[in-house]
Design a protein around this ligand. Structure first.
Ligand SMILES: [Zn+2]
Length: 539
């Protein structure tokens, strides 16, 4: 399917239905899906997506065709064949040739990056300061990309055409080097093939901290795990894998003889990642950063892991990340705890027994996929710890729909509910104009996955997809001549209203199953919520 989408340019398709005008990196036009007089319909040729900031419709070229022609998936494929002469499968030999070309040019670039690291004292100093040895730097082929057009010119001088350099992802839309003044981590897939690179900022510069090669037929972010090529034999031996966030965590652990390890590196963990790990390992130990983002990442990762029946553990250490744990000590084994045990203790400490609902909201989804006997065990513990009847806990658990938040490209563009619509709009506006009052309230009201996105906005830690999306939104709001501060307030109120109403709905559901004493408590909560809602409606 990927290859089909690569051949079908979204601009080419959409312009048959919508009059498009160029606006910077985008094309804009009047939305075909809702009535409007000023254009809020955007096309990003780079990402091959469309997005309407008016009605919220968005997606890739296939979604566009399905929506505008009112077709289902097989019908769209049929239409593509008729109108565009596109067959679903590209010929394997063509694909093989393309992959070979990308590999060849990747190896040429690697040589360039390696040589440039040797000549750059700042970059080398930084790597040493982080605790990496010469051996690690060499074994893992770290490099440096100076930027400007130096790599492009080098590759050109070797006889590669600009088209090929582009295809392999080494230049941006202005034909400058993609990696400007970045440390380079080569990405080898589990077969050892050099499929791409990660560029990491190390000096105080603007931009995403991690930047990956774009996706090619060889490099799929949602399937790539850093270090698997090196660590797979250790995974097979121990049947256990440590999962960490970044390359530095991986490399420092490796240097200290912790070798059954892989890093997710700059993108969200997916089911495909875990399915791959399943081939080498039976248990997963999470060792994400010791901060809020790391905590939410482990919750999310655990939900995915439980769907695939992985027993999971949490690595326990006081430092801010695994890299720091290993930076000052050698060969010390890391303490591990069963993930659910760790989580329950952590939540009890954080919220205290009196905030039982907060604890349940986070904990119950995490045990939903455990074996019945384990579930029973945890429900008994919860019941006595929080003084809630076990029956009620059981019903709550049954009602929970486990939802794994994801930040795949599509998810940011496609809004599935009003809550998502207003959350995304609010974050887009905050990205544009940081209003400290709104910011504080937003942190209270945003659903968890958007709270995390907002945190990444504040810390300037967005991944490429997120940054691209927010840049596109920024472009739209800047050109639409609205009052930003008024729009911010309006969106916040809309979001509050939706969130409060959703909470009310949940409480009403709980009421149906409550015991007499729980009934009173829930009624009080409902009253509070109604009061708050009335306040919001008046604003
Ligand atoms: Zn629209």
């Amino acid at each position: 399917m990927e290859s089909l989408k690569n051949k079908l340019d979204i601009f080419e398709v959409v312009q048959r239905y919508v009059k498009l005008k160029k606006a910077g990196r985008y094309f804009v036009g009047l939305c075909p899906f809702h009535k409007e007089t000023k254009p809020s319909f955007y096309i990003s040729p780079e990402r091959q997506i469309f997005k309407c900031f008016g009605c919220g419709e968005g997606g890739d070229v296939l979604k566009f065709l399905m929506k505008i022609e009112n077709l289902n998936y097989p019908q769209v494929l049929e239409k593509l064949k008729e109108d565009y002469g596109l067959e679903i499968k590209s010929t394997p030999s063509e694909l093989v040739r393309e992959e070979k070309e990308i590999l060849e040019i990747n190896y040429a670039a690697l040589k360039f990056f390696r040589q440039n690291l040797k000549e750059n004292k700042d970059a080398l100093d930084y790597l040493r300061e982080r605790g990496l040895t010469e051996k690690t730097i060499n074994d893992f082929e770290l490099g440096f990309s100076p930027g400007n057009t130096l790599l492009r010119d080098y590759l050109y001088s070797l006889g590669y055409s600009l088209e090929k350099i582009k295809k392999a992802g080494f230049v941006d839309e202005k034909n400058f080097d993609r990696f400007q003044s970045r440390l380079i981590f080569p990405l080898r897939d589990e077969r050892g093939r050099l499929v791409g690179f990660t560029g990491r900022l190390f000096q105080k510069e603007l931009g995403p901290k991690y930047l990956n090669s774009p996706e090619t037929s060889l490099f799929k972010k949602s399937q790539f795990l850093y270090g698997l090529f090196y660590s797979k034999e250790y995974l097979l031996q121990t049947k256990k894998v440590f999962l960490v966030e970044g390359q530095f965590d991986f490399l420092l652990a490796w240097q200290n003889n912790l070798k059954n390890i892989v890093a997710v590196s700059g993108s969200a963990l997916t089911e495909d990642h875990l399915r791959k790990l399943k081939r080498y390992s039976q248990e997963i130990i999470f060792a994400f950063d010791n901060d809020n983002a790391g905590f939410s990442a482990s919750l999310r990762a655990n939900l995915l892991a439980k769907k695939l029946n992985f027993p999971t553990y949490q690595a326990i250490y006081p430092q801010k990340d695994l890299a720091e744990f290993f930076a000052n000590q050698e060969n010390i084994p890391i303490k591990q705890e069963k993930f659910e045990d760790y989580l329950l203790n952590f939540l009890l400490e954080k919220y205290g027994q009196e905030k039982g609902q907060e604890i349940l909201n986070i904990f119950l989804p995490q045990i939903k996929y455990l074996k019945p006997i384990e579930i029973n065990n945890y429900l008994e513990r919860l019941s006595s710890l929080l003084n809630i009847s076990k029956n009620l806990l059981e019903t709550e658990l049954k009602q929970i729909e486990v939802f794994v938040p994801s930040f795949e490209e599509k998810e940011l563009v496609e809004e599935k509910s009003l809550e998502e619509k207003f959350s995304l709009k609010l974050i887009s506006l905050i990205y544009l104009q940081k209003d400290s009052l709104v910011l504080e309230e937003a942190q209270n009201f945003l659903p968890l996955k958007f709270k995390n996105l907002l945190e990444r906005v504040i810390k300037n830690e967005l991944n490429e997809n997120e940054r691209d999306y927010l840049e596109m939104a920024k472009n739209f709001y800047l050109s639409s001549k609205i009052s930003l501060s008024r729009e911010l307030k309006k969106t916040l109120i809309n979001l509050k209203r939706v969130v409060l109403k959703n909470n009310l709905k949940n409480l009403h559901n709980q009421l149906k199953l409550a015991t007499a004493e729980e009934f009173d408590k829930i009624m009080l909560e409902i009253n509070d919520l109604l009061k708050e809602l009335r306040k919001v409606e008046k604003q």
